[in-house]
Design a protein around this ligand. Structure first.
Ligand SMILES: [Zn+2]
Ligand SMILES: [Zn+2]
Length: 327
């Protein structure tokens, strides 16, 4: 995707409107990376229903889902977007490549979009809030759907120089940004190769790419989009963040901790999304272990006092209205 160009929209800041050529390119990329996995998953459903799959296929789905999940949550989100820890070039390469294989967009676009979400969370300017479409049931459902997928087709974009200047000047991270499409393709070729090595037939390679490639992308990315939609609508809210972010455990289980949005919006710089160790935060647990092993360093997390202070502010704050006005 090219750098967004066009006139600034005014307020809220840092948002531009794409010119028609850039908008077409963006929509083509978005529709391709969402439709092909859907078609692949339809084929996988048929194979599952007819018993036409092997244990290697299921293993490829599970293994690639974990790599994909770590790439997006640990790499794109906690490392690149929030700088929640530091990493040397080898582990950084793993999480950046794994994140790119997730087919959720090139790194700088993803980070700029995500940081805009934090800046304008559930207010005008939030790229994917489910809470700006009105208060009736239909409007709320429409908001949930918009925050899940159609927001990706918007003609508005985050200005990279405003939301991700640190990435633009980081040569190593820009390499992964520029080579994004190549890693998406490798993320499809890899399960095909492993499938072929395990089964020795072209059919095994094909089912490998269906299970470990397209279906993995479909399931893992819909799980991620539930973070934007459901985890800003349904769940518990131990902290008042001035938005509708919620801790949704089923989404957190599917997304390695990202569904704990209320905790995350309370402490966005923390490498952990679980405030307690019992909350489902696989990526936080993994990073804690990697920190002990010295693979990652400078893990940031709030102190007990900061958590307590936030809890006290929550008790004193007025309740958040259920949804904002029509947007
Ligand atoms: Zn959020
Ligand atoms: Zn975040």
């Amino acid at each position: 995707m090219s750098t967004p160009t066009a006139q600034a929209l005014g307020r809220p800041g840092g948002i531009i409107r794409l010119d028609p050529v850039s908008l077409r390119a963006k929509r083509f990329a978005m529709l391709t990376t969402t439709t092909l996995p859907l078609l692949g998953t339809t084929a996988t459903a048929y194979l599952l229903a007819t018993g036409n799959y092997t244990r290697a296929d299921l293993g490829l789905f599970a293994g690639m889902y974990v790599v994909h999940g770590i790439g997006i949550t640990v790499g794109y989100h906690r490392y690149a977007s929030h700088k929640a820890f530091k990493s040397g070039p080898a582990f950084e390469a793993f999480i950046m490549i794994a994140g790119s294989m997730g087919a959720q967009g090139p790194l700088v676009w993803w980070v700029a979009t995500h940081r805009r979400h934090h800046r304008y969370s559930d207010r005008e300017g939030d790229p994917h809030s489910p809470n700006l479409h009105g208060r009736s049931l239909t409007q709320r459902l429409r908001g949930l759907w918009y925050a899940h997928m159609p927001w990706m087709l918007s003609d508005q974009e985050s200005r990279w120089s405003v939301f991700a200047p640190d990435l633009l000047s980081n040569r190593r991270l820009m390499y992964y940004h520029r080579t994004y499409a190549q890693w998406v393709c490798i993320g499809l070729a890899l399960p095909a190769l492993i499938g072929f090595a395990a089964g020795g037939t072209l059919k095994a390679a094909l089912t490998g790419v269906l299970f470990g490639g397209l279906t993995r992308i479909f399931v893992a990315n819909h799980a991620t989009w539930l973070v934007a939609s459901l985890s800003h609508a349904v769940g518990s809210r131990p902290f008042r963040n001035g938005d509708r972010s919620a801790n949704n455990w089923p989404v957190a289980l599917l997304t390695f901790g990202e569904g704990l949005q209320n905790n995350h919006h309370a402490f966005p710089g923390s490498y952990r999304h679980g405030v307690t160790w019992l909350e489902p935060d696989l990526s936080g647990w993994l990073l804690a272990v990697l920190g002990k092993l010295g693979i990652v360093t400078d893990l940031r997390e709030p102190t007990k006092e900061e958590i307590e202070k936030k809890r006290r502010q929550t008790l004193e704050a007025p309740p958040i209205p259920p949804t904002a006005g029509k947007g």
